[in-house]
Design a protein around this ligand. Structure first.
Ligand code: MN
Ligand code: MN
Length: 475
C-alpha cells in the first residue's frame, strides 16, 4: 500500500477531532467574540435562578414571546411565541411549530440554579464583637473556594405584611461585600495539616461577616447582632422574623471576565449551567417558523437533585405541554399529552468536565471532553457502572450526530471522568421518564462548580449554533 492509499484509508476510517478555532471563518470569529460579550452580560445579570428566570422572560418578551396564559382565551398566531414562568424560578419558552404537537416537540432543557451559600432561616448572630450570618451551602461546593473572597447577597424576602423585597448587595463597586474568613497559614498547622481535606472545612463554619458597629451601649446584650438587624430594617425594611420566608444567596461578587492574553476564554461564576441556558435562549430566539414546536426549558434545583416543584422531577413540562396542546386547539386528553411527550426529542443541555492539564489523571483521555473542541455529546452519565444514567439510544445519538455533521457543528464526545473516579448526573433521566429521546449535550468547562468556572468562547459559540440547528433541523 502506498502513502496516498494509506492517507485515503485513514481519512475514511478514523474519527476526526476538530478544534473549533481551526474551522471558523473570519466572519464567524467576529460573531463569536460579539456573542461572548452578550453572554458575559447575561451572566452578570443572572447570578441566581430568580434573576436568570427574570432575564430570560425579559429578553424573550422583547422578542415577541407572550405569557401563555393570555392565549388561553384567544387564538394563537402562526409560529406563536409563548413563555411560562413558574414560582419565579423556572421558565419555559416555546414557538409553535407547523406540525401537530402530538408528533412531538424539539426540547432543550438546561438549569439556572448554581452552587452557592444560602442564608439560614435564623442567620444573624454575633461573636467576639462581630455581626455574622449563618449559611447553608447549596449544591456540590468545594468549601474552601468560599473562604476569603468577596461575596454578594442576592435574594427575595416575603415580609409579615406579605410585601416582596428583592435585594442585591455587593455587585455595585460602591456596595459593601461580605466574606467568610479563613485561618491564617501561621496557625493552620496543628488544626488542619494532618486532617483529611473533607474534614478541614466545616459547613457550619461558612459564616459571613456582616458588620462590627454595635447598636446601643456596652450594657446592651447582642448589640452587634442588633446593629446588623437594625441596618437591614432601616435600609431594606425587613425584620429578623422575615428571614424565615426569604431566599437569600451569597454568590461571588465578581463579574464575568475574559481569560487569557487572546481573550479566548470566559471565567465566571455560574456557567454551570447558565452557559446552556443562554446559548439555548439565543437559539430559540433565532428560530423562525419551525416545523416541530421548539421548546426551551430552564429548570431550577438541578444542583440538589432536581427536586421540588420548580425542578425537572416536577410536572412543569407536562403542564406546559398541555397548555401548548390547548392553545394549538388540539386534543388535551391524557393520551395526546403522553404522545406529545413520548414523540419529543430532547437535548439535556448541561456542562461536562473538560480535561484539566493539572488533573489529567481523573480523566480517561480517549473519552474525555477537551476545551475548544466544540459541543460535547455525552451518551451517558452516572456513577460506577453507569448507575443513575438514562443512557441515550444509539439511534438518537446517531440522529443528532448526523444533524450536527450536516450543519457543520463541531462536536466531540465526553465521559465525566475515569470509571469509578466519581461521577454525576443531569436532568436527562427525569425527562427520559416520559419516553422521549434525551441526549446530554453541552460545552465542557474547567473548574466546574467553582466560583470561577472557565469556558472556551469557541465552545460557547458552537453550542449556540448546535442548539440552533437542533431547533430548525431535527425533523
Ligand atoms: Mn449542571
Ligand atoms: Mn452542576
Amino acid at each position: 500500500m502506498n502513502k496516498t492509499q494509506l492517507k485515503k484509508i485513514k481519512k475514511t476510517i478514523l474519527k476526526k477531532e476538530i478544534l473549533v478555532f481551526d474551522q471558523l471563518t473570519k466572519k464567524q470569529k467576529t460573531e463569536l467574540f460579539k456573542f461572548s460579550e452578550s453572554y458575559k452580560n447575561f451572566l452578570n445579570q443572572s447570578k441566581t435562578e430568580r434573576e436568570a428566570a427574570r432575564q430570560i422572560v425579559q429578553i424573550a418578551t422583547a422578542k415577541g414571546f407572550v405569557d401563555i396564559d393570555t392565549l388561553l382565551t384567544k387564538k394563537p398566531k402562526n409560529s406563536q411565541k409563548v413563555y411560562k414562568i413558574f414560582q419565579g424560578r423556572c421558565v419555559a419558552l416555546a414557538i409553535l411549530g407547523k406540525e401537530t404537537l402530538v408528533s412531538g416537540a424539539n426540547i432543550i432543557a438546561s438549569h439556572i440554579d448554581s452552587p452557592r451559600l444560602d442564608l439560614k432561616q435564623n442567620p444573624v448572630y454575633e461573636d467576639l464583637s462581630i455581626g455574622l450570618m449563618k449559611t447553608h451551602y447549596y449544591g456540590g461546593i468545594r468549601k474552601y473556594h468560599w473562604l476569603a473572597v468577596p461575596l454578594a447577597l442576592h435574594g427575595t424576602i416575603i415580609t409579615s405584611h406579605n410585601e416582596t423585597i428583592d435585594i442585591t448587595i455587593g455587585e455595585d463597586p460602591d456596595d459593601p461585600v461580605f466574606t467568610v474568613t479563613d485561618l491564617l497559614p501561621h496557625l493552620a498547622g496543628k488544626t488542619q495539616a494532618n486532617k483529611k481535606l473533607s474534614e478541614v472545612f466545616e459547613g457550619e463554619k461558612l459564616n459571613l461577616i456582616a458588620g462590627s458597629i454595635p447598636l446601643g451601649n456596652d450594657e446592651e446584650k447582642n448589640r452587634f447582632k442588633l446593629g446588623v438587624l437594625n441596618l437591614l430594617y432601616e435600609k431594606y425594611g425587613f425584620t429578623e422574623e422575615d428571614f424565615i420566608s426569604a431566599e437569600i444567596e451569597a454568590v461571588p461578587a465578581e463579574k464575568a471576565r475574559d481569560v487569557g492574553f487572546d481573550r479566548s476564554m470566559i471565567g465566571s461564576y455560574g456557567q454551570d449551567d447558565r452557559i446552556c441556558a443562554y446559548t439555548s435562549l439565543e437559539a430559540i430566539l433565532d428560530t423562525q417558523h419551525p416545523n416541530k414546536t421548539a421548546i426551551a426549558l430552564f429548570f431550577d434545583k438541578e444542583e440538589i437533585g432536581s427536586e421540588g416543584s420548580s425542578g425537572a422531577k416536577s410536572n412543569f413540562l407536562e403542564d406546559f405541554m398541555s397548555d401548548l396542546l390547548f392553545i394549538k386547539g388540539q386534543n388535551t386528553d391524557n393520551r395526546c399529552l403522553r404522545k406529545a411527550l413520548i414523540n419529543s426529542s430532547c437535548l439535556s443541555a448541561d456542562v461536562n468536565a473538560a480535561m484539566d492539564p493539572d488533573f489529567k489523571d481523573v480523566h480517561e483521555a480517549m473519552n474525555a471532553a477537551k476545551l475548544g473542541f466544540g459541543i460535547c455529546m455525552t451518551k451517558f452519565t452516572g456513577v460506577g457502572g453507569k448507575s443513575g444514567s438514562s443512557d441515550a439510544s444509539a439511534e438518537f445519538v446517531g440522529k443528532i450526530r448526523q444533524m450536527f455533521n450536516k450543519n457543520k457543528i463541531v462536536w466531540q464526545t465526553g465521559e465525566l471522568g475515569k470509571i469509578d473516579q466519581g461521577g454525576g448526573g443531569t436532568v436527562a433521566k427525569f425527562l427520559a421518564k416520559s419516553g422521549m429521546n434525551v441526549l446530554d449535550c453541552g460545552p465542557a468547562i474547567l473548574s466546574m462548580h467553582s466560583p470561577f468556572e472557565v469556558s472556551s468562547k469557541a465552545d460557547v459559540f458552537m453550542t449556540h449554533l448546535g442548539y440552533k440547528a437542533f431547533y430548525s433541523d431535527n425533523g
